[in-house]
Ligand binder design. Structure first.
Ligand SMILES: Cc1ncc(C[n+]2csc(CCOP(=O)(O)OP(=O)(O)O)c2C)c(N)n1
Ligand SMILES: [Mg+2]
Length: 394
């Protein structure tokens, strides 16, 4: 069995002439959590080779049906994501932020939630949205530029996508403090990235949630990059260790292991429900695609790094496990393939049929009661539109 030794990744100073080395090599240790002073512990229940391993603090007992469900979630999410990327390339979307490689982190954590829990996502949580039952086509309106969000957050307890890095962690903390005041036992799950961990907002959220014992779980997807900035530019210590300085537990989980992500998130949510306060989960994963469709990662990272992470693919390892254990047969995989095709077709049809909104509508919901400056901008924009021959342009 091979266990990822995440901290084995060596970094070199990237001054002129030196290059960043590829990601972690694998070791042949039998223990699930190889840890030395320089190698942070990583919770793992399913190795990259699809072998089930045990962890003393986290375990999970799932039926074959539940395992197939997690696999289905990841496959359909990846398919939806690929479709959205293609739609952007065809000019149907203005932009897309792919989750490729992060399916296990998102499905594992998303499936740990109860219906009454509340989620505050970034802009990349398409897999979590799927778990919350948000219609995937609703995720595309904002990226097509036809609406400002696309869904009612309170319908699925899934807040709107948030672009301003880290700000949603403050919203999550405030919401969690509200839950505690109401005396409810729901919990809040707040997502953010390795880059966002440097934001003041995130650190302020840690302070408030710790001091007020707020029922919030911070789920950091450390996908190793913040656009072109590597994780080494964000922190001197493994991110999960920061939690200790704020007075709550932090744990690093294999973000490409859906079982471990589910087990760790479930445990942290239960802790929050018991009134024991926040937890920081660092899901150690990798952004396989570009930051967004506007980005070209070949400008700042090496192909060998991506290749090393391909061997740790979250979907492949669960497929291997399902097959080896006899939990899924050929018919299951064939049906899922057909379901993926149907989802792709549906997404394409819905996006192309999205109505073009009135140009002036973008001024409507900036303030609940209007604002003089917005009125001025509305008037300026209307005059600009009128300046074209024949009046307003399409
Ligand atoms: C406050 C703020 N600063 C800068 C940006 C521009 N920006 C958008 S995404 C991004 C990188 C975020 O990286 P990370 O938090 O690791 O999330 P990832 O995109 O890798 O999922 C930056 C700098 C922003 N949206 N908000
Ligand atoms: Mg990142």
């Amino acid at each position: 069995m091979t266990v990822e030794s995440t901290a084995a990744r060596k970094t070199t100073r990237r001054s002129s002439g030196t290059k960043r080395t590829a990601s972690a090599s694998t070791s042949t240790t039998k223990k699930a959590t190889a840890a030395t002073a320089s190698e942070p512990e990583l919770v793992q229940l399913l190795t990259p080779e699809g072998e089930r391993v045990q962890h003393p603090d986290y375990d999970i007992d799932l039926s074959a049906e539940e395992l197939r469900g997690l696999y289905r979630d990841m496959v359909l999410t990846r398919r939806f994501d690929a479709e959205a990327t293609a739609l952007q390339r065809q000019g149907e979307l203005g932009l897309w932020a792919s989750l490729l490689g992060q399916e296990a982190a998102q499905i594992g954590s998303g499936r740990a939630l109860r219906d009454d829990d509340y989620v505050f996502p970034t802009y990349r949580e398409h897999g979590v949205a799927w778990c919350r039952g948000v219609d995937p086509t609703n995720l595309l309106g904002m990226f097509r530029g036809v609406n400002n969000g696309g869904w009612d957050p309170n319908s699925n307890n899934f807040h709107l996508y948030t672009i301003v890095l880290g700000s949603q962690t403050l919203h999550a903390t405030g919401y969690a403090m509200g839950i505690a005041k109401d005396g409810a036992d729901s919990a809040v799950l707040a997502y953010f990235g390795d880059g966002a961990s440097s934001q003041g907002d995130v650190n302020e959220s840690f302070v408030f949630s710790a001091v007020y014992n707020a029922p919030v779980v911070f789920f950091c997807q450390n996908n190793q990059w913040a656009i072109s900035e590597p994780i080494e530019k964000q922190t001197r210590v493994p991110l999960y260790q920061r939690a200790a300085g704020f007075g709550f537990p932090g744990v690093r989980v294999d973000g490409n292991d859906v079982l471990a992500c589910l087990a760790v998130t479930r445990s942290a949510l239960e802790r929050a429900r018991r009134g024991e306060g926040p937890t920081l989960i660092e899901a150690f994963t990798y952004r396989m695609a570009a930051h967004t469709t506007s980005d070209d990662p070949t400008r700042y990272r090496r192909d060998t790094e991506r290749e090393a992470w391909e061997a740790k693919d979250p979907i492949l390892r669960l497929k291997t496990y399902l097959e080896n254990e006899g939990h899924a047969d050929a018919a299951f995989f064939e049906e899922l393939e057909a379901e993926s095709e149907a989802l792709g077709k549906h997404v394409r049809e819905v996006v192309r049929a999205m109505p073009v909104p009135d140009h002036m509508a973008m001024f409507d919901h900036t303030y609940a009661d209007g604002h003089a400056l917005v009125d001025e901008e509305r008037a300026q924009f209307a005059a600009y539109q009128e300046s074209f021959e024949g009046g307003e342009t399409e």
